[in-house]
Each structure stands twice: as C-alpha cells, then as structure tokens.
Design a protein around this ligand. Structure first.
Ligand SMILES: CC(C)(COP(=O)(O)OP(=O)(O)OC[C@H]1O[C@@H](n2cnc3c(N)ncnc32)[C@H](O)[C@@H]1OP(=O)(O)O)[C@@H](O)C(=O)NCCC(=O)NCCS
Length: 181
C-alpha cells in the first residue's frame, strides 16, 4: 500500500512527467475557479519552479483509484523573518467536484503533515465567497481564525480572504492515511 492512500482517492507525489498536465490545468480559468487569481504560466517557468522546489514544499496529484488524475494539492511554508507557517492549497478538475474527494484529500494531507513533520499548526487561506473550500476545511476540523481584508488580488479587485487553521492538539487521531506501523 502506498503511504498516502485513502478510501476513494490517493495523493501521489508529483513527478516531472505530470508537469504538462499541470500546466494545462493551471492555465485554465475553469480549473483555477473564480476565487483564485488568474494566471498564465509557461511550461518552461513551471519546470523551472518545479526544479527549484525544496523539501519545505510538497506537490501532489490527487488520483482516483483507477489512476485518473483529478486534482492538485500542495503544502508550502510562508516565510516571515519571525514565523514559518505551513500552508496548504488544493484544486480539483470541475467534473470531479462535489463528490467529497477534496475533503478526503485534505484529511490525508493533514494526517501526513502531522505525522511526518514537527509542526503544530496547518493553515489555509480561502476567498470569503469560496464556500466549497471553507466547507472542506470545516469538515476536516479547521477553525476559522478571521478575515484577512483585501489580501487577494483577483479579477481586477482586492478581495477579502478567510484564514483557517488546525492545531495538532485539535487533530485527535489519524483518520485516513494508511496505518503503516
Ligand atoms: C474547493 C474545491 C477544491 C472543493 O472540492 P470538492 O471535492 O468539490 O469538495 P467536497 O466535495 O469534498 O466538499 C465540498 C462541499 O462544499 C459544498 N459546496 C460546493 N459548492 C458550494 C456552493 N457554491 N455553495 C455552498 N456549498 C457548496 C458541497 O456541497 C460540499 O459540502 P457537503 O459535503 O456538506 O455537501 C473545488 O470546488 C475546487 O477545486 N474549486 C476551484 C479551486 C479552489 O477554489 N480551490 C481552493 C482554493 S482556497
């Protein structure tokens, strides 16, 4: 069994071979969704970014059990001189939304991060109107910390975001990630 195996989906570490599909996804407004900034990134830039990525960052493809690739999940560290905050982000292809896959993927990621890294909190930002994303976080046990006003520049305007987090003490037990011991 792979380490990041769930019931309906798995998280698989992203490889160089996934980059063409990732480039196709990330440049499509339907994939990014209306609550995330639009961007156009060349394959070359995506490849350069991938080569530069460090162990502070992890990128995963969300796959169904039949191996079909349905989304992207990553963790990264937002660095400030005094604080290091571990954050997650996620996207699903439009045809696979609303089936509970993202909730499962976030559960797996939370299990993985608390079991593998010496961290006490995981956070996520989501645009105020992004109800689906906030429902996912709440279902996994994240708490809303507050509103970060005018922090996302999207579609020509500054929009508010909500900041969510889950603390290690609130994460009572391993839910999804396959037990390996
Ligand atoms: C956010 C996203 C990842 C959620 O993935 P998903 O697999 O559809 O999520 P789930 O099915 O696990 O759960 C979604 C929940 O939101 C609900 N939901 C979906 N759209 C909604 C809407 N417009 N209003 C209210 N609730 C909504 C679903 O009913 C479900 O809740 P339920 O289980 O109580 O019924 C997906 O919508 C997406 O990829 N969006 C575009 C990218 C994005 O916004 N990423 C997040 C960046 S912070």
């Amino acid at each position: 069994m792979d380490l990041l195996e769930g019931k309906a989906i798995n998280l698989r570490v992203m490889e160089k071979e996934d980059l063409p599909l990732f480039a196709e996804w990330i440049n499509k407004p339907e994939f990014i969704g209306e609550y995330n900034p639009l961007r156009q990134i060349s394959r070359t830039e995506i490849e350069k970014g991938f080569e530069k990525s460090s162990l502070e960052q992890g990128e995963f493809i969300i796959e169904k059990k039949d191996g079909s690739k349905i989304g992207y999940m990553w963790h990264f560290t937002s660095v400030h001189p005094a604080v290091k905050l571990l954050e997650i982000g996620y996207f699903l292809v439009p045809s696979e939304r609303g089936k509970g896959y993202c909730t499962e993927a976030v559960n797996i990621m939370v299990d993985y991060l608390f079991l593998s890294k010496n961290i006490i909190r995981i956070q996520a930002h989501t645009e105020l109107r992004n109800i689906a994303s906030q429902k996912v976080l709440e279902k996994v046990g994240f708490e809303k910390e507050g509103t970060i006003r005018k922090s996302i520049f999207n579609r020509g305007e500054w929009r508010d975001a909500n900041l969510y987090s889950i603390l290690k003490e609130e994460w009572k037990e391993q839910k999804i990630l396959t037990k390996t011991a």
